[in-house]
Design a binder for this molecule. Structure first.
Ligand SMILES: *Cc1c(COP(=O)(O)O)cnc(C)c1O
Length: 416
């Protein structure tokens, strides 16, 4: 993004500022669509970025939406989706949340345990609605060997494949709930096409074996995703030149009717679709030397980017603004500190930054997924930054979320 564009955007909408380029969303979608088996359905996982305009763009491109909370459901409806085109997922769905979703028109749920299947039956009965469930399966994964032995890893997600094989019977289907298929989500952000293909193969195998053992004739198999994307540093989306042919071949072998959508094959993606669309603009507020180190203190920190990594979970945060010049050796190395009152608020360490001066506007690329919404938004109670949408190089919308304290009444409003 040109220096002048940055300056004028920040002058208008403030700093820090999230900028999303909708054409990049289109491009990512087209690239992913081109390498997926055909026919198949692609779901956009709204947790990557719940901005309604982004979800709207992906719906227009042909995606269905996957939501996991009352807030994401509301955002999906704002994006123009009807409840019946959503898939509702997540490991903890209380009865009130299920009922709220059904009342909003949602009909398809991924079910994470046999207990939850019963609860979905209660929601169906109370709302007098006919629902569809996908059983979420914790498979063995690519490294777990074959067969339904207990070789996969433990997980709070889904039902272990061997448990399902041992305990499933069609009588478990509550009235008004039709178990239509299986949902597998073996990997996120796969590090290579190799790994992605291996996990996909394992997922198809597990689905085929469960369909046999449990005598399910799945109308749907949701194979999840795992499509990678760069995060908060330069880089491009991975290419998957072998994916389509290999997945189609395996589907032919395991689910011969899939080309006629029996079963319908689904995939899910968050980060691949939206990571590249987002850039965080942040202003250098101060530059200081301390005992041999240089700090660039920014107006953006773990409150707006990578909060979970800032807390020391997952990998340490390593944001690299586009200004960074990794190759030049004479460039000063700085730590990028955020505005929060904790030494953990560091977006990057030893980042080569040629021009660290107060007032400089830095651009952190590839933060359209797991950026603002995955951060410690409430920490230190700073106002949330504006989010600007570009299309055709022009600003088409600008808005800001707010966290406000409102009067709480038990049972009022959307379930949490
Ligand atoms: C998080 C999640 C996704 C999206 O993962 P990405 O790595 O962003 O593509 C898809 N499906 C489910 C069930 C998820 O929990």
């Amino acid at each position: 993004m040109a220096e002048q564009t940055r300056q004028s955007l920040v002058a208008t909408y403030g700093s820090p500022l999230y900028v999303y380029d909708l054409e990049r969303v289109d491009r990512a979608h087209a690239d992913l669509r081109a390498v997926l088996p055909s026919p198949s359905t692609l779901l956009y996982s709204m947790k990557a970025n719940p901005h309604p305009a982004i979800a709207r763009r992906l719906r227009q491109a042909g995606c269905r939406l996957e939501v996991s909370s009352a807030g994401e459901l509301a955002a999906a409806l704002l994006a123009g989706a009807g409840g019946q085109e959503l898939l509702y997922t997540g490991p903890a769905k209380p009865l009130a949340e299920l009922e709220h979703a059904v009342a909003a028109g949602v009909r398809a749920f991924s079910v994470e345990s046999l207990t939850e299947l019963e609860r979905l039956g209660q929601a169906a009965a109370r709302q007098r609605a006919d629902l569809t469930a996908l059983l979420r399966v914790n498979g063995q994964g690519a490294t777990g060997g074959s067969g339904l032995r207990m070789t996969g890893i433990a997980s709070q997600f889904g039902i272990d494949a061997e448990t399902l094989a041992a305990h499933w019977s069609p009588e478990r289907m509550p009235e008004r709930v039709h178990v239509a298929g299986l949902h597998l989500f073996p990997v996120t952000n796969a590090r290579s096409e190799e790994q992605l293909l291996a996990e996909l193969r394992a997922a198809i195998d597990t689905a085929a074996e469960l369909a046999r053992t449990c005598r399910l004739e799945p109308a749907v198999i949701d194979l999840g995703g795992g499509f990678g994307a760069p995060y908060a540093a330069a880089g491009s989306r991975p290419r998957y030149p072998r994916l389509r042919a290999e997945a189609e071949q395996q589907l032919d072998a395991s689910f011969p009717g899939w080309r006629a959508s029996r079963p319908e094959v689904m995939f899910e993606s968050g980060r691949y679709l939206v990571a590249e669309s987002g850039t965080l603009l942040t202003t250098v507020i101060d530059v200081k030397r301390s005992r041999g180190k240089t700090y660039a203190v920014l107006d953006a920190g773990i409150n707006v980017l990578g909060g979970m990594t800032g807390l020391g979970r997952l990998l340490p945060m390593r944001a690299i603004p586009t200004e960074s010049a990794e190759t030049a050796d004479d460039v000063a190395r700085v730590d990028l500190a955020g505005p929060s009152c904790t030494p953990l608020d560091v977006l990057g360490r030893d980042v080569p930054l040629p021009d660290a001066r107060p007032g400089a506007i830095l651009a952190i690329p590839n933060v359209g997924a797991y950026g603002l919404s995955a951060s410690l938004n409430g920490f230190l109670s700073r106002p949330l930054p504006a989010e600007v949408l570009l299309s055709g190089g022009r600003v088409v919308a600008a808005s800001r979320s707010e966290m406000r304290r409102v009067h709480a009444t038990f049972g009022e409003g959307a379930p949490r």
